[in-house]
Design a protein around this ligand. Structure first.
Ligand SMILES: Nc1ncnc2c1ncn2[C@@H]1O[C@H](COP(=O)(O)OP(=O)(O)O)[C@@H](O)[C@H]1O
Ligand SMILES: [Mg+2]
Length: 121
């Protein structure tokens, strides 16, 4: 049987990002990730890590080029400085951002930011 072509869970093609009135953070970035890959983004302060993750999460759409998850992929984004629920312990706070992992889902309001994706074809 013929092997299936590689399916990337997320692909960026020619991604360029500049803040209005600010410097260009990325120029012509090409990156693709396989499903199940664990990726770390490393860089000095101000190098663009948060900008990249917000684009990948679909929270920042003000860029040129392509940044697309595979059709049907569910994206989650845990903010760097999240609003914590004082009624929950640390574990429960983290779980409340990830509804699939939550042990007491019914009692927690999910604060994980889900991004709806649309099939591309
Ligand atoms: N909303 C914004 N408006 C203008 N410039 C911004 C904004 N957010 C970030 N920047 C600038 O973009 C660059 C990348 O920032 P950021 O993605 O927050 O970096 P990191 O997360 O790696 O520290 C920095 O120079 C930062 O000052
Ligand atoms: Mg950051």
């Amino acid at each position: 049987m013929a092997q299936q072509p590689a399916q990337y869970i997320f692909a960026m093609q020619g991604l360029t990002k500049a803040y209005p009135g600010g410097k260009k953070v990325f120029e012509n970035i090409w990156l693709s990730f396989f499903p199940d890959a664990k990726i770390g983004v490393v860089g000095v302060n101000g190098s663009g890590k948060s900008t990249l993750l917000k684009i990948m999460a679909g929270l920042d759409k003000d860029f040129t080029g392509e940044a697309k998850p595979m059709a049907g992929t569910k994206m989650g984004y845990l903010e760097q400085e999240p609003q914590l629920d004082p009624a929950l312990n640390v574990r429960e706070n983290v779980e409340s951002w990830c509804e699939e992992k939550s042990s007491s889902r019914a009692s927690m309001k999910s604060r994980w930011r889900w991004v709806k994706t649309t099939p591309t074809s």
